[in-house]
Every structure is written in C-alpha cells, then in structure tokens.
Write a protein that binds this ligand. Structure first.
Ligand SMILES: C[S@@+](CC[C@H](N)C(=O)[O-])C[C@H]1O[C@@H](n2cnc3c(N)ncnc32)[C@H](O)[C@@H]1O
Length: 279
C-alpha cells in the first residue's frame, strides 16, 4: 500500500485509490485489509497491484480499472463508454423521492441514461414504477441494460437508442436528465482523468454548455404528464440561467434549485402544472 501511494504522487486521492485497488486485487474488505495488513503479500498479487497502480498513475480513473462504481448505495458496472456516476447526482434522486410517493406506479424517463445510475436508483426506490432510458450511445445502453438486470430491475426498465426525446411520443410522470453540460472550450481545464478517459459525448455540449439543455427543454412540454415532475442536473454556475430556461419552457411551473450535499446548486426541478404542446 505504501509503495502504491508513493507512486501516485500527483493524485489527490492517492490513499483512497490505492486502498480500492488493493481490495480489488486481494478480494479483501476493509476489515480484512486491517486484520491482515501485516501478512506477506503473494508475489502475483503484488505484481497485479503495482500494474493497476501504474494505470492509475497514468490518470486512468479507478472506476474504469475496477469496472464498478457505487451510486445510491448500489453497485454499477462502468466501462469507458459511460460517464462514471458522481455522488453529487444523488441529490437529484433525493429531490424526487422527497416529492413523490415511492409506492405509486410512476412512469420515469431518463434522458442520457449512461450507466443507468439515475434510472436504476429511482426504480430501486419506487418498486411499482417503470422506467425508460434513452441514450445516443448503443454501448452505453448495453451497460445500462446490464446494470438494470443485475439490480433485479430488468422487468421494469426499458432502453431506447435516440437523440434525446426525438422518437418518444408518450408522456411521463417523472423526467430526469443529467445531460452533458461542459462548454467545449473548457476541455484543457479538466483533470486528465476526466478529459482523457470519459466519453466526450457525456461531457461537452456546445460553446457555452447549454446545447443539450435547450434541446431537452424544447421537448419537455410534450413529454411531461399532468402534474409531472421534471429535474435536470446543472453544472457549476449554470443553475440560475438553467432555471430561467426551465421557467420559459414550462411556464407556470414551480421551479426550485436543488443543492447537493456540499450545499452547492446542482439541479433545477419543475413541477405543478399540466402542460400542452402549445406551452
Ligand atoms: C453526463 S452523461 C450522464 C449519464 C448518467 N445519466 C449519469 O448521470 O451518470 C450524459 C449522457 O447523455 C448521452 N447523450 C449525449 N448526447 C445525447 C443525445 N443527443 N441524445 C441522447 N443521449 C445523449 C451521453 O451518451 C451520456 O451517456
């Protein structure tokens, strides 16, 4: 572990990353790692561990190395075809669950479903709900479908390839989306483990980061069921403008800015009105 941490000099989360990779190689949990910390490590495990450390030192995200990331206390399989689920996005799930009785048979639409983390977390908490996940990436859809099946949600989760809501005719009780929202020009400012490894289609959205929001909001009035709930994740510094865009797209809806666990604005939520195509 010490040797691994010493290699990860440029990595802010060196201790944590080395521990996760050590657990991955040995199959130990945290308790075993402490209890057996003084044991001699089998040479093949040591070689395997140091190889993974070298990949991390070359900026590869830990979740792509281990192939798994926890979200909403559920394990999601991740590949380089999908954005790694972020803990910050859990506040969107929390905001929906605070406002909708989880026992009801809601229909849920997740636009830009990626790994399926948002849709699966909601379906996991809402045992009678059914959900639809849309993504432009076929590879992402197959990861999302696999995650839904692994979590026992396969019978209630459906996945469709598409350009946002272009092929969708139905209305939904709950619409959730974490679209790409980083301005294209900000690529050089991103950490290398994001810009060099996560899919560009999951990160960037036009010159100011608002292209995907505009397209999704254009479709929102025809997609939202009467008294439906609509929630979008917002990037840093985007929530006020995004709330204005949501109010314009869904006039008369009550809009709320949703904060993440750090108390920072992370989403915009709208609810409380029946929309027609004309809205
Ligand atoms: C920021 S990721 C979010 C993934 C997942 N929902 C999450 O929160 O971790 C955005 C997703 O939108 C998808 N996407 C990008 N452009 C799209 C489009 N025009 N139509 C449908 N999906 C799109 C990407 O492939 C990516 O999976």
């Amino acid at each position: 572990m010490r040797e691994g941490v010493s290699v990860l000099t440029d990595c802010e989360s060196a201790q944590l990353d080395a521990r996760v990779l050590m657990k991955f190689v040995t199959g130990f949990d945290d308790a075993s790692l402490i209890l057996r910390g003084a044991d001699e490590m089998p040479p093949e495990d040591e070689t395997a561990f140091l190889k993974l450390i070298a990949r991390r030192a070359a900026n590869e995200p830990v979740a792509y190395i281990t192939g798994v990331r926890e979200f909403w206390s559920l394990d999601f399989r991740v590949t380089p075809d999908v954005l790694i689920p972020r803990a910050d996005s859990e506040c969107l799930i929390d905001a929906v669950l605070k406002r909708r009785d989880p026992s009801k048979p809601w229909t849920v639409l997740d636009l830009g479903v990626g790994s399926g983390c948002l849709l699966c977390a909601l379906l996991h908490e809402m045992p009678s709900a059914r959900g639809f996940g849309v993504d432009r990436s076929q590879a992402a859809l197959s990861v999302a479908k696999d995650n839904a099946a692994r979590l026992g949600l396969g019978a209630r989760a459906f996945f469709v390839a598409g350009d946002w809501a272009s092929g969708i005719e139905a209305r939904f009780d709950i619409i959730i989306a974490n679209p790409p929202y980083i301005p294209a020009g900000e690529r050089p400012e991103l950490p290398a483990d994001v810009s060099d490894f996560e899919p560009s289609d999951a990160l960037f959205s036009g010159a100011d980061g608002f292209d995907a929001y505009s397209e999704i909001l254009h479709a929102a009035p025809r997609l939202l069921a009467p008294d439906g709930l609509f929630i979008l994740e917002a990037g840093d510094g985007q929530s006020t403008r995004l709330r204005d865009m949501v109010s314009e797209a869904l006039p008369g809806a009550r809009t709320t800015i949703v904060n993440d666990l750090k108390g920072l604005p992370r989403g915009v939520l709208a609810e409380g009105k029946t929309f027609t195509e004309k809205d």
